[in-house]
Design a protein around this ligand. Structure first.
Ligand SMILES: [Fe+2]
Length: 438
């Protein structure tokens, strides 16, 4: 099914169908997965608190500058002396991924597209800041801009896979998301600290849980946020969350189409990936919550909102990202807590294309197969509210507009990689060609 989701806008991600207490089976689940000796998690938590105590002052002192920044260059990869810091922080700013005039041109093209089609839906309904648009020529072009793909591949390369893991980290597939044009003074598109990529699934799904097994065994120091293995079979969507993402994104990200001043309507991140993930995963297993069904702020069918009462140390790591210029991009790890400034207080709009990094693997191939059909028909991509607003737009992008690189990412072109493939990567490539009939 292509557009099974109800019509709507990005506001749907803020709503959980669950209110109040979670069903009792969450309590049973916790008993099942928690170490039998309660002191294991308590001691791990003490060590975690010490680490936060050591790291939070450093984050506060550096503020926005704690987030690593790199300039894009030809044959882009991250400098080897920065990789450890980027991995520790779980996020990075890349300057000049596309030239500023190209990014500004993208925004103008989208503004013209919106002006040509009065009534395009978005959030909020009465004055959209996040538009239900996916197929403007500018969006389609940006997702496969050669610089963007080099950037995504460099990000994917920070992860690692075993020889037999069916993933090719050197090939990135397209995930087609919305555009945000946040106007000055807007206070509708604010988001408190939260986590995407499913919610209670992180504990409930056996494979997703395996991504965090060291944490759940009280050995959070050994947690490796960049191990692909169990991500490839993880079910991040057991509860059909209205704003959920079916694709495996190594990082969420956006490309700036305008200036976005720090703290003036932009993004906030919690740049301490291992510790924040450990706190979120262990918190429901702590003695005060273990005998209840509480998942410490995680509810099925929505994003995880970070409860400042239960996880104050996570909230305390929040920093605003630095000033962004048109053409800069920011990426944050799929387990990273993030938020959006409450007000757009800069005098100009803060505009972005949401584009993640999403390597070739079977989950992503399956999604691209569905997404390809929505693209052909001009329908809303499968993960998003089924508005199908662009169906009859004559000026939307079509398969004829795709460059050779875009044809690969969108599933129109047979994959014949020139780089060396592991056994698992070869299987991922073969699966892609088979599923997409190429
Ligand atoms: Fe989010």
């Amino acid at each position: 099914m292509l557009s099974a989701r109800k019509a709507g806008n990005i506001g749907s991600i803020f709503v959980s169908s669950f209110k109040g207490e979670l069903p009792a089976h969450y309590q049973e689940l916790k008993k099942e997965i928690a170490p039998k000796d309660p002191s294991v998690i308590q001691n791990a938590w003490k060590r975690l608190e010490s680490s936060f105590k050591e790291e939070i002052p450093k984050i506060k002192e550096l503020g926005s500058q704690v987030i690593p920044q790199v300039n894009f260059h030809e044959k882009f990869d991250f400098p080897s002396d920065m990789k450890a810091e980027i991995k520790k922080r779980g996020c990075v700013i890349i300057r000049n991924v596309v030239p500023p005039e190209v990014a500004q041109g993208y925004k103008q093209q989208v503004l013209d597209y919106i002006a040509a089609h009065p009534g395009v839906p978005g959030f909020p309904d009465n004055d959209p800041q996040v538009w239900e648009l996916y197929w403007s020529k500018a969006q389609v072009e940006a997702r496969s801009h050669p610089h963007f793909l080099q950037t995504a591949t460099a990000l994917n390369r920070l992860w690692h896979a075993d020889e037999n893991d069916e993933v090719d980290l050197e090939t990135n597939l397209a995930y087609c998301d919305r555009v945000r044009i946040r106007k000055p003074k807007d206070h509708s598109f604010k988001l408190r600290e939260h986590l995407d990529g499913g919610s209670t699934e992180r504990w409930e799904d056996e494979n997703y849980r395996k991504c965090f097994s060291n944490i759940l065994e009280g050995k959070w120091e050994d947690h490796d946020p960049y191990d692909v293995t169990h991500r490839l079979d993880a079910k991040m969507q057991l509860h059909d969350a209205p704003g959920g993402c079916e694709m495996f994104r190594t990082y969420q990200g956006w490309l700036a189409l305008s200036s976005a001043k720090s703290g003036c309507g932009s993004l906030q991140l919690c740049p301490l990936i291992k510790e924040t993930t450990a706190a979120i995963l262990m918190r429901p297993l702590m003695p005060d919550l273990l005998d209840s069904s509480s998942m410490a702020g995680a509810f099925p069918g929505t994003q995880i909102d970070i409860d400042p009462e239960l996880l104050p140390q996570v909230v305390d790591t929040t920093v605003c990202i630095p000033d962004m210029n048109p053409g800069d991009a920011v990426f944050w790890h799929c387990d990273m807590v993030h938020a959006v400034d409450s007000v757009c207080s800069q005098p100009t709009d803060a505009s972005v294309f949401y584009i993640p990094a999403s390597p070739l693997c079977s989950i992503n191939t399956a999604y691209v197969a569905k997404q390809r059909e929505t693209f052909r028909l001009g329908l809303t991509p499968p993960d998003f509210p089924g508005n199908n607003a662009e169906k009859d737009f004559q000026d939307r992008a079509t398969p004829d507009d795709l460059t050779p690189l875009a044809r690969v990412g969108m599933g129109f072109q047979r994959l014949e990689p020139k780089h060396k493939l592991t056994k698992g990567a070869q299987a991922a490539v073969d699966n892609f060609n088979k599923v997409l009939g190429l």
